[in-house]
Design a protein around this ligand. Structure first.
Ligand code: HEM
Length: 480
């Protein structure tokens, strides 16, 4: 490896001990945009005790994924999670991760999806039934609780939900609040002490459930049981403690990200009434009131899924990918030394005009057959990661977001009272408080007959379903 190459140029500003910390914390998307404008696809940020190379291009992102577990470490890039998870899953070293990988992938196999969708349907319906006929709610608060309930029922089962659910999620919040991007997790701070205590409470709760399942294995056949019974590559099994910590990691990976993107999907729909009308029509066609959502019906809701995907592009909760360099890397005529951190700002890449037409515009039709802009580059959308570490729960999460949106629209009319903003948290793009007004829909809803003239030409041209209907309408109007 050449050592004569320069390191990437340093972005302007970032003076003093804190470097670019303030800009990063306030609005990292704006910082990455400024970097791209000033220096292009690769540049350096300064943070206390840490140099960071930002890779602002899908080709470099491809390289980042290819080099993960080779010259790049995922484990060190996620070190703020280490005090909670220690040696499990992708937070572990690469050998341990490889050894445990079959358990993760066996449990996420497709055959469980129908049961998962049922859990999504049950919990979303339960939530909606608990609402008044009309009122106001803070969307993100409801999405958090709902996605927790879905994760508990789908992944860990009914007895877990009934016996330990509320305590589990109370203690889980303490773990989640303890995450800190800057302070080392071993410091003797009250929040870190609370974290360690909460972790032990959860481990004890979950261990009892696992012990019961190990004793009566033949009575269970679900996601958690697959986790318990699947052997590791070396032929051994996860210990009870390791299993309990995996449960915490699945809860971490599986609900907050989904809750944020589900909330944004609904909000972006409400901000784009023209597209919302098409989604509403689709829901009323395939899922009229009184119809129970099944996996087959869910798969018919194409406009809903395009909306979910457009929100993943525009408002990803996992807005950047990070790694630590273990072996010096050469990229774009620069060297990135060992010990540097690498960040690829997925959210900014997902808005590049080279990849997406009119990228700042909300346009779910870019995912429709015939357009499929996301297929132009294999790493144009990486809100669910990429390559060997791509999100194991991606299909689960997409189905969950689609279920939530579809059932919300089936049951209620919604109005946006306050627009939310992005709330930059360590490792995740959160959403600020947003209030929705709601009103129970009258039943049964009568589907308004299709009339091509009521749609703008560009919407008719973009939507393959409307185009078909318009063609049929013309055919019927022409005397044979
Ligand atoms: C909208 C929701 C979600 C988003 C945005 C999301 C995002 C991501 C991303 C970006 C990664 C890769 C991290 C990296 O390469 O550094 C990842 C990995 C992972 N996610 Fe998700 N995720 C979501 C939902 C879920 C759900 C519901 C689960 C289920 C528990 C889940 C489980 C996992 C697991 C197990 C991995 C590690 C895969 C591996 O390293 O082999 N995620 N997720």
């Amino acid at each position: 490896m050449s050592t004569t190459l320069p390191t990437p140029p340093v972005l302007s500003g970032g003076k003093g001990l804190l470097g670019h910390v303030k800009e990063f914390t306030n609005d990292r998307h704006a910082l990455f945009h400024r970097g791209q404008q000033e220096l292009g696809a690769i540049y350096t940020l300064k943070m206390p005790g840490q140099k960071i190379a930002v890779l602002n291009s899908p080709d470099y992102l491809k390289k980042l994924f290819e080099e993960t577990d080779k010259s790049l470490s995922i484990e060190k890039g996620l070190k703020m999670f280490k005090p909670i998870f220690g040696e499990i899953g992708l937070i572990a070293g690469k050998e341990t991760y490889q050894n445990q990988r079959p358990v993760i992938y066996e449990s996420f196999k497709r055959k469980r999806m129908a049961t998962h969708i049922q859990a999504m349907q049950i919990e979303t319906t339960r939530w909606l039934k608990g609402l008044d006929a009309q009122g106001e709610l803070v969307l993100q608060d409801h999405m958090i609780t709902l996605t927790q309930q879905v994760a508990t029922l789908a992944f860990f089962g009914k007895e877990f939900q009934n016996q330990v659910g509320p305590t589990f999620w109370e203690q889980f919040k303490i773990l989640s609040d303890s995450l800190d991007l800057v302070l080392p997790g071993w410091l003797p701070l009250p929040k870190f002490r609370r974290r360690d205590k909460a972790k032990e409470v959860i481990v004890e709760l979950v261990s009892d459930i696992i012990a019961e399942r190990q004793k009566n294995a033949n009575q269970y056949d679900d996601f958690l049981q697959t986790y318990i019974e699947t052997p590791l590559v070396d032929g051994t099994h996860l210990s009870v403690r390791e299993l309990a910590i995996h449960v915490i990691s699945l809860a971490f990976a599986g609900h907050e990200t989904t809750s944020i993107q589900a909330a944004w999907t609904m909000i972006q729909l409400l901000q784009n009434p023209e597209y919302l009308a098409l989604v509403q029509r689709e829901v009323d066609t395939h899922l009229p009131q009184g119809t129970v959502l099944t996996p087959d019906l869910l798969m018919k809701l194409e406009h809903v899924f395009w909306a979910v995907d457009e929100t993943t592009r525009m408002r990803p909760s996992a807005d950047m990918t990070q790694r630590v360099v273990e072996k010096e890397l050469e990229l774009g005529g620069f060297r990135i030394p060992k010990g540097w951190m690498i960040i690829a700002p997925s959210r900014n890449i997902q808005r590049m005009p080279e990849l997406f037409s009119d990228p700042e515009r909300y346009n779910p039709f870019r995912f429709a057959p015939g357009k499929e802009e996301h297929k132009l580059h294999p790493h144009s959308i990486t809100g669910f990661g990429g390559n060997s570490h791509q999100c194991a729960g991606m299909y689960f999460a997409r189905n969950e977001m689609a279920t939530i949106v579809a059932l919300m629209l089936q049951q209620y009319e919604w109005e946006l009272v306050s627009d939310p903003q992005i709330d930059f948290r360590p490792g995740i793009s959160q959403i600020t408080e947003s209030t929705l007004r709601y009103q129970k829909r009258k039943q049964p809803e009568q589907l308004v007959p299709f009339n091509a003239a009521s749609y703008p030409t560009e919407v008719l041209a973009a939507c393959p379903h409307l185009a078909q209907l318009a063609e049929a309408e013309t055919r019927e109007a022409v005397p044979m």
